[in-house]
Design a protein around this ligand. Structure first.
Ligand SMILES: C[S@@+](CC[C@H](N)C(=O)[O-])C[C@H]1O[C@@H](n2cnc3c(N)ncnc32)[C@H](O)[C@@H]1O
Length: 480
């Protein structure tokens, strides 16, 4: 972020606008809308400035700019379109340490005037940091169409109840929950639809309800964060992250997802630390229960889908047993996310009529699976947590009849910026894992469909077999 967006209170503060031509009119309107005490310096100008001057809305000095004009100003805007005058305005403002904006000259400006969506008191500023004013305008148009026209009225309505709510609800969390209930519920809808009298009555009765009506217990959302790309979060997941008091997350949470958590929510990491130990599941369960009992809204954020190799089921059981209100918000599991990203359909009319998600690790090592049924042809296997045991898994499948040349794709960091897709065969999977130094997280897709991966299309990787020495494998060819 090159600039920090701030909203500047200008009411009755002196602001200097240098210029009274076309580029200055829009700025003057904005400054007048913000109730600034507007001083204009320009030898001549458009009729609009004459009118404002006659009405007493602006104080117009009809002469050329002088460096002293900036003295005592809160902000300075240069809008003459004349290179030398604008440069002189910028220099004088900077010398006096006054924030300055020169229209269309970001290099001379210390602040940017954004594109504005005005539903006062709700105001949205959009900036592309000077890179594309047209893009900023398009964004503004899109936001304009999304926002209800009465948004400003809603904000004023809420403001009018602030002190009453503060008097009745003494904790910050209780107030926030109440405001969320109001903003998301029928009271806000009534205001937006113009039924303000009904809304006012409903609001008074909600505020006057006894405090014991507030839920004593908190709530836990067990949320799937998907395989990494933040844009693969569901809208429900995003809302839960933005409503949370506390987020308990683990190692598989992709970069960028935690940025979407409400800014003042507490975050607790329970994944593997440097010591390589994660917090034991019992302790995580107890943590969720304790915080929910304290009345907090907790998000248990898990990679992929919480119910696919995610131990979400155990957490749900424990929370239910403790009588905690709980909901599960599904996520895109690694198999479907990685398959989509690699362009590899998990089922296909010509190649696979079934797909099985299997873990490469059982509780005591070998997974408890029926190898004979997994070895059937035209059947896609997606192996989670199987990279370190790839050779063993391949040997089991080959031993139970799956062809050695069955295509495989290893997908590391699927859906993330550093995704790698490595293709080969069942016979070569183990050597590929070593040669390409596959790291976590990664999964293995086994089956005819693996040959359809984007990587396979771009570059066919032919390795003779496990006897191929890792050094003989071209690194660039193995990892795409
Ligand atoms: C404990 S499991 C969790 C699975 C998760 N609940 C899901 O639905 O995707 C962890 C395994 O998921 C796979 N995995 C998760 N995210 C991945 C990603 N972005 N790319 C490749 N594999 C991933 C890896 O096999 C990893 O070892």
């Amino acid at each position: 972020m090159d600039n920090l967006p701030l909203f500047f209170r200008l009411r009755a503060r002196p602001v200097l606008l240098v210029g009274a031509g076309e580029p200055a009119v829009a700025k003057a309107r904005l400054l007048l809308a913000a109730d600034a005490d507007l001083r204009v310096v320009a030898p001549r100008g458009l009729d609009a400035f004459d009118e404002w001057s006659q009405e007493g809305a602006v104080d117009w000095a009809r002469r050329a700019f002088e460096a002293d004009d900036v003295t005592g100003m809160t902000l300075v805007i240069g809008a003459t379109g004349d290179h030398d005058v604008d440069a002189a305005v910028a220099a004088a403002a900077r010398a006096a340490a006054i924030p300055v904006n020169i229209v269309d000259r970001p290099e001379l400006s210390s602040f940017i005037v954004p594109s504005i969506v005005d539903r006062s008191p709700v105001t949205i500023g959009i900036s592309t940091n000077g890179t594309s004013p047209v893009l900023a305008r398009r964004l503004r148009e899109q936001i304009e169409t999304l926002l209800p026209a009465n948004l400003g009225r809603l904000a004023r309505f809420l403001d009018s109840f602030r002190s009453a709510v503060k008097a009745k609800f003494d904790s910050f969390d209780a107030r926030r929950r109440l405001w969320e209930e109001i903003v998301d519920g029928p009271i806000a809808r009534d205001v937006l639809a113009g039924r303000e009298t009904d809304a006012r009555e409903a609001m008074l009765s909600r505020i006057n309800r006894r405090r014991s009506d507030e839920p004593a217990n908190g709530h836990v959302d067990i949320v799937g964060a998907g395989p990494g790309d933040p844009e693969l979060l569901t809208i429900k997941a995003l809302r839960a992250l933005q409503d949370a008091d506390l987020v308990v997350y683990d190692r598989l949470i992709g970069e960028g997802i935690l940025d979407l958590v409400r800014r003042d929510a507490e975050r607790i990491y329970v994944g593997k630390a440097r010591s390589n130990h994660s917090v034991p599941q019992d302790q995580i369960n107890a943590l969720l229960v304790t915080h929910a009992r304290a009345g907090r809204r907790v998000v248990r954020l898990k990679g992929g889908d919480p119910f696919i190799f995610g131990r979400g089921g155990e957490e749900l059981e424990r929370l239910r047993a403790a009588g905690i209100s709980t909901a599960v918000i599904p996520g895109i599991t690694a198999a479907t996310g990685c398959a989509a990203s690699a362009g590899l359909p998990l089922t296909h009319r010509d190649h696979a009529s079934a797909v099985t998600f299997v873990t490469g690790h059982g509780v005591d090592g070998d997974p408890d699976v029926d190898w004979a049924s997994l070895a059937r042809p035209r059947h896609t296997l997606v192996v989670y947590m199987g990279v370190s045991r790839a050779g063993h898994l391949a040997a089991q499948l080959i031993g139970h009849g799956r062809a050695r040349e069955t295509p495989i794709a290893i997908i590391e960091n699927g859906t993330r910026a550093d995704e790698r897709v490595i293709v080969g065969t069942l016979e070569t999977v183990s050597s590929l894992v070593q040669t390409a130094k596959v790291g976590a997280p990664a999964l293995i897709v086994i089956g005819e469909v693996a040959a359809l991966a984007d990587a396979a299309r771009d570059l066919a990787l032919n390795i003779a077999g496990p006897a191929t020495a890792p050094s003989q494998l071209p690194a660039a060819a193995s990892a795409l």
